[in-house]
Design a protein around this ligand. Structure first.
Ligand code: DGL
Length: 269
């Protein structure tokens, strides 16, 4: 039986999922968090579905071994390609979340009758995970998808604020696939780290949507419904990476200014 004082497990290929972890930590500061960034294999978005399923399954097993009451797949690529594989491991030992469903729920309630753009990794776009989930609710949203495979590696390596990054961002966002949109889904958890640049490109007329806060609200609601919200003091945040990464450490310290634990976890050795 799950208990409220068990930690929340969160994972991604690298720093992207930190945007989701930060939103969860802000909304639920009393929760203990265990984060796993697979920096040994990042980026995931250009790799085969089989490879991503393998990484996601092993990491989820590790989070289960750390007794996590929930596992948040804080990665669109893994949510799109590995959800079922992870679910087979997690079973009812933990509560599993993906980052796509909260965005679909938001879209259906706010953007019916509109053109909505989607940017994400090659695997996320290829999987058509957004389209297939969306059409279960409505056929009244026209999804216009574009793979933007250079963005996650640029962000992961700390290049998001360079002139070259801005040129690449502008190049992608000028693509004809993203014309006449009312909203743009940042379909990769790395992209909130360039949200300002994206918002500047489109101006106020486009609703730039990311999954971080929406995901945090869904986690809160589910834990509350199951009476699993932790009560008490500020939670402990622990961050594991599968390979040393200075930029990961820097980003984690920036997003989590309190006392955090950062550690290399040799999962693949
Ligand atoms: N942040 C992840 C996503 O949402 C992974 C990006 C990558 O590693 O390519 O898709």
């Amino acid at each position: 039986m799950l208990k409220s004082n068990q930690p929340i497990g969160i994972f991604d290929s690298g720093i992207g999922g930190l945007t989701v972890a930060e939103a969860i930590h802000k909304l639920l500061p009393q929760e203990n968090i265990i984060y796993f960034g697979d920096t040994a294999h990042t980026p995931w978005g250009n790799q085969s579905a089989t490879a991503i399923q393998y990484y996601a399954s092993r990491i989820s097993q590790t989070l289960l071994d750390h007794n996590c009451k929930t596992i948040v797949i804080a990665c669109n690529t893994a949510s799109a390609t590995a959800f079922d594989a992870v679910q087979r491991i997690v079973k009812d030992h933990s509560i599993l979340f993906n980052v796509i469903d909260p965005v679909i729920e938001y879209l259906v309630s706010t953007h019916r009758g509109k053109n909505v753009g989607l940017i994400g990794t090659k695997q996320t776009i290829k999987s058509q995970a957004y389209l297939s989930r969306l059409t279960k609710h409505t056929d009244d949203i026209n999804l216009q998808a574009l793979a933007t495979p250079l963005l996650a590696p640029l962000i992961e390596e700390g290049f998001s604020n360079t002139t070259s990054a801005n040129e690449i961002i502008d190049h992608y966002l000028s693509n004809s696939a993203l014309q006449n949109i009312a909203a743009l889904i940042l379909g990769c958890t790395h992209y909130p780290l360039i949200k300002q640049q994206v918002a500047n490109f489109f101006g106020a007329k486009v609703d730039v949507i990311d999954s971080a806060e929406l995901m945090a609200q869904v986690v809160e609601k589910e834990l509350k419904n199951r009476d699993l919200l932790n009560i008490g003091n500020q939670g402990q945040c622990t961050f594991y990476v599968s390979h040393d990464s200075e930029f990961f450490n820097l980003t984690a310290k920036q997003l989590f200014p309190g006392d955090i634990k950062l550690q290399t976890y040799p999962l693949w050795e």
